[in-house]
Design a protein around this ligand. Structure first.
Ligand code: ASC
Length: 127
């Protein structure tokens, strides 16, 4: 797929922004800063799980300069990056599954695993 680097950057940033919107709202519930609403939490967890599949195709050659925080390390260590993105897909699916239980004792650790996965890639691949 031939795309302009700036379009790829906008695309993947949009997907991550939408994920952060929902994950942040979920985080407020997990941390007790907002009332836990099981149905709303579950809906958002599903959205995040679906969104997590989207950004990967936006990481195209030539898109690691300009208006982006994505580091060239992504291309240099592609297997590790891809592994991290796959882990995000798996762990957000696990969180969506846990969310269906409505049981915070199951949700909390699953939420934490997703957060760690976000951070793992940010530490290595985001400026
Ligand atoms: C968020 C968000 C992230 C992750 C990360 C977790 O809510 O926007 O990028 O959680 O901070 O470590």
């Amino acid at each position: 797929m031939a795309v302009k680097p700036e379009d790829a950057i906008n695309y993947r940033q949009g997907t991550f922004s939408a994920m952060a919107w929902h994950f942040g709202t979920m985080g407020a519930m997990v941390k007790g800063k907002a009332d836990y609403d099981a149905e709303d939490f579950s809906r958002r967890a599903e959205i995040v799980a679906q969104l997590s599949k989207l950004p990967m195709e936006g990481f195209v050659p030539g898109s690691y300069e300009g208006d982006t925080d994505a580091l060239p390390a992504i291309e240099e260590d592609w297997d590790k990056f891809e592994g991290g993105m796959n882990m995000l897909v798996e762990r957000t699916a696990a969180l969506a599954e846990a969310a269906q239980s409505g049981d915070m004792a199951q949700i909390k650790p699953a939420f934490g695993e997703v957060g760690k996965t976000c951070k793992g890639c940010h530490d290595n691949f985001k400026d």
